[in-house]
Design a protein around this ligand. Structure first.
Ligand SMILES: NC(=O)c1ccc[n+]([C@@H]2O[C@H](COP(=O)([O-])OP(=O)(O)OC[C@H]3O[C@@H](n4cnc5c(N)ncnc54)[C@H](OP(=O)(O)O)[C@@H]3O)[C@@H](O)[C@H]2O)c1
Length: 273
């Protein structure tokens, strides 16, 4: 990773922040972006203090012009781009029947179109370095999750997009990784949108029992180094993908029952708490 240039979207929190440290500690120059300037600046200061070269840019990945500018400023500063990590993401939590479709549009604009814009504008530079394009997708990109229909759709869209792009680039030397974390402790559930597009403001799961963002970032770093095409994390995540592939009707029931146990779940509770 020494002197490689790594652009991580949504790196002011959680997995993105941990990725910035993981790649930075290996000698890479890091470009980070997010919407909130204050938290971004705080992470910038922490990375600098750790001796990591960092460029931080305020940007909303759902705004094409913002993303274009992030790529342009990366090239203006470092004159190359080796690795793009499409990490910026947002979740939603509400039953479809209650959900304003604009919420699903917003989630698609950030998670999917954000990935499309960054990958499109970074691609000419990544082709030059024969580098890596990474998408931080989710187990929800393999298995639709109730109460998160928009989130699941956005991650399925990411998976299909990355698979198509990987195949398009098969003979170019560019590496494409679809990384699918399982439940990982972060701010994602707190920032998730409710039926009307407001942040939930609290998590409904025990964050302390989840994989840490640092461990998750370590797995992703290794997968990039080994140029893997796919990474599925956590035992529960691997099991979910496996059962869904071979016994999809059973997976419907298991997923329903598991998510009905979440605090404040709107799913009918047919299982004992
Ligand atoms: N944590 C999990 O359990 C889990 C599991 C599977 C997959 N993932 C995926 O991992 C990725 C990172 O999530 P996380 O868990 O680390 O969540 P997080 O702690 O909420 O971090 C999300 C990051 O994305 C940024 N962001 C959100 N919307 C953005 C936008 N429109 N433009 C630019 N930046 C934006 C946030 O900063 P601002 O709000 O300031 O923009 C923040 O830095 C997401 O794609 C998520 O879907 C997470």
């Amino acid at each position: 990773m020494k002197d490689k240039v790594v652009l991580i979207t949504g790196a002011s929190s959680g997995i993105g922040r941990a990725l910035a440290f993981a790649f930075g500690q290996e000698g890479a120059h890091i470009v980070i972006c997010a919407r909130k300037a204050d938290t971004l600046q705080a992470v910038h200061a922490e990375l600098t203090q750790a001796g990591i070269t960092v460029l931080s840019l305020t940007a909303d990945v759902s705004v094409e012009a913002d993303v274009k500018q992030v790529i342009e400023q990366t090239i203006a500063r470092f004159d190359r781009l080796d690795i793009l990590i499409n990490n910026a993401g947002i979740s939603m939590r509400s039953m479809l029947i209650d959900t304003d479709p604009a919420v699903i549009q917003r989630v698609m604009d950030i998670n999917f179109m954000g990935t499309v814009y960054a990958t499109r504008y970074a691609l000419p530079y990544i082709q030059q370095t024969k580098g890596s394009i990474v998408g931080i997708s989710s187990i929800a990109g393999y298995r639709g999750l109730p109460v998160r229909s928009g989130y699941s759709a956005s991650k399925f869209a990411m998976n299909g997009f990355l698979e198509a792009v990987r195949t398009e680039l098969l003979h170019t030397g560019v590496h494409v990784l679809t990384a699918c974390p399982g439940f990982t402790a972060s701010n994602i559930r707190v920032a998730a949108l409710d039926a009307h597009g407001q942040a939930k403001g609290e998590t409904m799961r025990d964050e302390s029992s989840m994989m840490s963002a640092e461990e998750c970032a370590g797995h992703i770093l290794r997968a990039v180094k080994n140029r893997k095409r796919e990474l599925i994390l956590t035992t529960q995540g691997k099991l979910t993908v496996f059962i869904n592939k071979w016994l999809p009707a059973l997976a419907d029931k298991l997923v329903y029952n598991a998510l009905a146990k979440e605090k404040d779940s709107p799913l009918k509770k047919r299982v004992k708490e």
